[in-house]
Design a protein around this ligand. Structure first.
Ligand SMILES: *Cc1c(COP(=O)(O)O)cnc(C)c1O
Length: 368
């Protein structure tokens, strides 16, 4: 049995007619930027994410960039980020000229450890950017309390966790202004690049919307040095269709994770995902850890099972960030995760037989 890391066909084939119909509507309207589809998606996504406002933008990185810009964060400011995130979180901080300050994650959940945040706060700190990594919600109550105590802004990076909750409140609705991604491989993926900003604050919403569209409220009148970071009508039309399926897809991902947990339980040397109290996990990725990670990849590849590493090199050790002056050993938890983590195949529609097959090959590797 051949098991790819992910299978877009399984998701897209059954909804092909609906998607073609959505495209045809845009095609026939001859209106491709800032039209009805984007307007509808902004309203639909705000409802899904339980916030007052959404700005539909070009991608997740741009969403985070605009969010920081909206809060006037810039040169001389420090922004706290987890030491084990996808590079986009950190790039957004660099784009506005601020300095990223890395804080180590909790070794069980892989999310930023709230108990380590206060030690990283200085008079220059302006914001905290928690990342709901792999699909699990961060401990947002604790993070918001710290932010309030020190008068900091919070920008959630919700690219991987749309629909996850902490104490029953959805991710992307805690922070002052938050970013998410609709990159095709994300839990809600466009057919190309797209992203979104979520906020309850009408002032920040207006500013973000204006920044994403050349800094203009009235055509050819520019109030600020803005960007062209708009979502296009085609992507919005696809996302309007796919958003209806997202709750079902999240349930399917959670069911697949439960099957993995069942069939991979009690393997010595293999660590399964752990979900924190009060948090839910939407399993954008199902990530296990083992000291024998590279040998396990080889074994699974030989058995035609696709896997990926999220992420093999922590940001502080990337060449792009050599100017920060970090070296190996500076963020040992992030490094340990990078050296041992492995993402197993998961996609909505993956069945229990396929999960069992992956589990069987993993057990074979561990000689169980
Ligand atoms: C995907 C991702 C982003 C960036 O999203 P793009 O749409 O690819 O720009 C940002 N942060 C995290 C954690 C991501 O996984």
């Amino acid at each position: 049995m051949k098991i790819p890391f992910l299978n877009f066909g399984a998701t897209h084939q059954p909804m092909k007619a609906e998607m073609m119909n959505a495209f045809e509507k845009v095609y026939d309207s001859n209106w491709f930027v800032l039209g009805e589809q984007v307007k509808a998606f902004e309203s639909n996504y705000a409802e899904f994410n339980q916030v007052k406002h959404t700005v539909a933008v070009s991608n997740g990185l741009d969403a985070l960039h605009i969010a920081l810009k909206t809060l006037n964060i810039g040169p001389g400011d420090e922004v706290i980020v987890p030491s084990n995130t996808f590079i986009a979180t950190v790039l957004a901080v660099s784009y506005v000229g601020a300095t990223p300050i890395f804080v180590e994650p909790n070794m069980n959940t892989y999310n930023i450890d709230p108990s380590k945040i206060e030690a990283a706060i200085t008079p220059k700190t302006k914001a905290i950017m928690p990342v709901h990594l792999y699909g699990q919600a961060c401990e947002m109550k604790e993070i918001m309390q710290i932010a309030e105590k020190y008068n900091l802004k919070v920008i959630e990076d919700n690219a991987q966790a749309q629909g996850a909750t902490y104490q029953e409140k959805v991710t992307g609705s805690f922070g002052h202004i938050n970013g998410t991604s609709f990159y095709p491989g994300k839990n809600l993926g466009a057919l190309g690049d797209a992203g979104g900003i979520t906020t309850d604050d009408s002032f920040l919403f207006d500013k973000a919307k204006v920044l994403s569209n050349y800094g203009t409220r009235v055509k050819y009148v520019n109030d600020e040095i803005g960007f062209n970071m708009r979502m296009d009508e085609c992507q919005a039309s696809f996302l309007n269709v796919k958003l209806n399926y997202l709750p079902t897809w999240i349930k399917q991902r959670q069911e697949i994770a439960n099957w993995y947990n069942l069939h991979l339980s009690n393997i010595e040397g293999l660590i399964l995902p752990i979900v924190a109290d009060h948090a839910t996990h939407t399993y954008h990725l199902y990530v296990v850890r083992t000291d024998k990670r590279d040998e396990l990849i080889k074994h699974l590849t030989e058995n035609e099972i696709g896997t990926l590493i999220h992420y093999p090199i922590p940001v502080h050790l990337q060449k792009a960030y050599s100017n920060l002056g970090f070296s190996k050993g500076d963020f040992p938890i992030a490094e340990e995760i990078a050296d041992t983590c492995l993402s197993l195949p998961i996609w909505p529609g993956m069945n229990e037989e396929q999960v069992k097959f992956v589990a069987q090959k993993i057990k074979q590797f561990f000689q169980i």
